[in-house]
Design a binder for this molecule. Sequence first.
Ligand SMILES: [Zn+2]
Length: 267
Amino acid sequence: MKANTKRCSRCKQHLPLDNYSKSVKSKDGKNNYCKVCNIEYQQESRKRVYDLNPPLQLLKRSCQAAFRRSQPNYSRDGYDHVSCSYKNVKEFFSDLWNDNQFRDDWVAQTNIYNMSGILKDRPTLDRIDSKRGYEKSNIRMLPHWKNVTEGALKECQVFVIKDTRIDHRIDYSGIGEAKKAIAALYRIPKNALNCVDHGTIVEADNGVNLLLQTNDGQLKVGNESKYIMVMNKYKILYDLVTGVEVARTHQQVQSEVSGIEIRSSAS
Ligand SMILES: [Zn+2]
């Protein structure tokens, strides 16, 4: 074995030290499993723990995520800070798990989720009154699709603008869905579309601009003009006998032209 390599005790390959993460437990300061094996190992042990009691594990994860979201230093694009009345994750989890009605709902939905294996069926924590935080009697179980739908279903249209003309109009049942689709369609990061809902036209690649419009008229017809039309007016005086230009006056006329007209379909 070469000095700058190490044998992975899982896949048995001799690999350069770069392929190992740091470990304080090991003599040489490197993990005994290579990075690839270590990821696999962690996924497997996560699955083993999960399989012992799926609904319990899912609820723990949900409580952890919700609790993290309630911490003062929490920040993530598109997510508001939400308060939490529980002191820690354990208290949060126990309160829900010991509530028979809640636990029954949670277990039933977990069974559906385990059968379908589709994210939309995962049980989630829903705040009944969304203005209030995670607190006792304000939490119920909702399947993922319903939770997401109730929170963000807002019909909208996306206008694809090319050469100042609306080239295409696509209807979506929710803003999240629209952003995801546009991001995929025009290969732009989803985060870059955060501003789309604020009435600004966003420049995507390929000379295409995008505007997202919600039905509640949040984005009204813009008053400000986008283009200025310039007209040059010449007044030329000719000598009719010789045909020579004698005098010329020039006037430039500007007028504002609205290049893109968009109306809310709700009004
Ligand atoms: Zn390995």
